[in-house]
Design a protein around this ligand. Structure first.
Ligand SMILES: Nc1ncnc2c1ncn2[C@@H]1O[C@H](COP(=O)(O)OP(=O)(O)OP(=O)(O)O)[C@@H](O)[C@H]1O
Length: 494
């Protein structure tokens, strides 16, 4: 007897007659389990039926003969689910065993789990299988639902009929799972709503960042569709100062939960926030050079009717080219060991998917960058980004925000609503009046009187020209040491 026959015999996996019949009759199985035990190669087909039982009992649909398998070890339930791209037929696994069912190393305890391609399932201690769907979804029945246009001001990208065909095709192609296309690796960072991990495209080898939102209830199909439609649009946004969105996925986690994924260009050198913390504040020249890029990105977004809504130093990422030899010439006022810095704005147009708490900054957990009209909830325009950019400019130059509870009373919220801020001595003493004038035209409570992105780009501070507009001397406020605001750098050491 050959080794192979012998092992197949030892690991005899029998299936009930009707499964065999299905296969014989040419009816496709829904999924397969490939044995991962060396020398015990085995492929088990999972038929497409409402319930599939797996266990040691001969009456189970799939019988596993190992001693640590329970009589009825687990059940697979067929679930039709729409997570934003038409109905998909999926298998939901529920454990019923004594020794446990493990998915990718985690024991299923009193919860169900929606199986996905590439999952490693271990029944009991040793029965280890790789799970794969045969035909994952009902791809020919995709219904494109109209997006909720009120919730998202439509960007200027129109769809021609051929584009709409491409879009349909794209949508069909996108029924694949994020795990089919990418290998997910180590953590790059985390925020309130998501953790971001390194990823690698299995086909091209491209290194990417994968933003994995915390699990959400799958209680609103319309919202899932909206997420898919809007991320499709954001995928067409390309600018050198904006992080490219490459792919988006909504994956079922269980019968009631989903998880959203965004695949992004990977940006290697961290957040502007960390640079400010490290340096306490940035020089005028460095701030100006970084802001020229930030403003170019924001101008592009506003030109496409996209409002960022969450401009803050944590969302400004940096790609830094380091010096490798002494004769390399710097492209800007960067540090000695830096040749070039490319600014990349992250998280644009996505704030609405994460709710109001989004308006926070990670250090203080306060809405320091939010425009007054957002707090007032009276409706807003792209001018909210101008306000936040004004706060960011202030922070870069002195190292602390213009509005904070430390500066109260009044409260942070009241300071913002009243537009109550000051340039404190000695922090602002050596900084040009010209940029104080610019900031004073950005932190204006009435959005109609606030600068536009073009006003900002054309301001004399950026263009190093002297005009008559800044003839006034900007006031610096002297306050006692005890009242002096703490910089992000000081706060990060506490
Ligand atoms: N494209 C990227 N490349 C590399 N790192 C990234 C990328 N996007 C995000 N990160 C890292 O992951 C961290 C968390 O990401 P992000 O800020 O998008 O999550 P979030 O939950 O939306 O955060 P927040 O709490 O600010 O709302 C970021 O601070 C950054 O350090």
């Amino acid at each position: 007897m050959s080794k192979r026959e012998n092992s197949a015999d030892e690991f005899s996996v029998s299936k009930r007659q009707h499964i065999q019949d299905d296969i014989k009759s040419g009816k496709h199985p829904l999924a397969t389990l490939m044995s991962l035990i060396p020398g015990k190669e085995q492929k088990i087909d999972i038929p497409e039926q409402d319930e599939v039982s797996i266990g040691r009992s001969r009456s189970c649909d799939v019988t596993l003969n190992e001693l640590d398998i329970s009589t009825r070890h687990c059940k697979l339930f067929l679930v039709e689910m729409d997570v934003g791209h038409g109905k998909s037929k999926l298998l939901n696994i529920v454990d019923k065993s004594r020794n446990g069912t493990f998915i990718n190393g985690n024991r299923l305890v009193r919860k169900d789990y929606m199986l996905k391609n590439g999952d490693r399932i271990v029944f009991g201690k040793t029965c280890s299988f790789l799970f794969k769907y045969q035909s994952y979804s009902d791809g020919d029945n995709i219904e494109l639902e109209k997006s909720n246009e009120d919730a998202f001001k439509k960007p200027l990208f129109g769809f021609t009929s051929s584009q709409s065909m491409i879009r349909k095709h794209l949508q069909k192609a996108r029924q694949e799972s994020v795990f089919d296309k990418y290998i997910i690796g180590k953590e790059l960072g985390s925020g309130h709503y998501a953790i971001v991990k390194e990823g690698r495209n299995k086909k091209t080898g491209q290194s990417v960042a994968i933003k994995i939102f915390h699990p959400q209830l799958n209680d609103d199909q319309k919202k899932n569709h909206q997420f898919r439609e809007e991320t499709d649009i954001l995928m067409r946004v390309h600018h050198p100062n904006i992080v490219n969105l490459l792919d988006s996925y909504v994956e079922p986690l269980s019968k009631s939960q989903i998880q959203k994924y965004l695949v992004l260009d990977k940006i290697d050198d961290g957040e502007l926030f960390d640079r400010i913390v490290r340096k306490t504040s940035l020089s005028q020249n460095e701030t100006k050079a970084l802001f020229k890029q930030i403003l170019s990105g924001i101008q592009y977004l506003h030109g496409q009717n996209i409002i960022h809504r969450d401009i803050k130093p944590e969302n400004i990422l940096l790609n830094i080219t380091r010096r490798t030899s002494n004769d390399q010439i710097k492209t800007g006022p960067w540090d000695e060991d830096e040749i070039d810095i490319q600014v990349k704005i992250a998280d644009f147009g996505l704030a609405k998917f994460t709710g109001e708490l989004q308006f926070t900054n990670t250090l203080c957990g306060t809405p320091s960058y939010v425009a007054p009209e957002v707090l007032r909830k009276t409706g807003y325009t792209s001018k909210v980004d101008i306000w936040s950019t004004g706060v960011l400019l202030y922070v870069c130059l002195c190292g602390f925000p213009p509005f904070s509870d430390q500066l109260g009373p009044p409260t942070l919220k009241e300071q913002i609503l009243q537009g109550k801020f000051a340039f404190f001595s000695p922090y602002w003493d050596e900084i040009n009046d010209s940029v104080l004038h610019l900031i004073s035209n950005l932190l204006v409570v009435n959005p109609a009187q606030r600068y536009s992105i073009e006003d900002m780009i054309n301001h004399e501070w950026f263009n190093d020209i002297k005009s008559n507009s800044v003839s006034v001397v900007m006031e610096r406020l002297k306050i006692t040491d005890s009242k002096m605001p703490k910089t992000y750098s000081e706060l990060s050491c506490l």
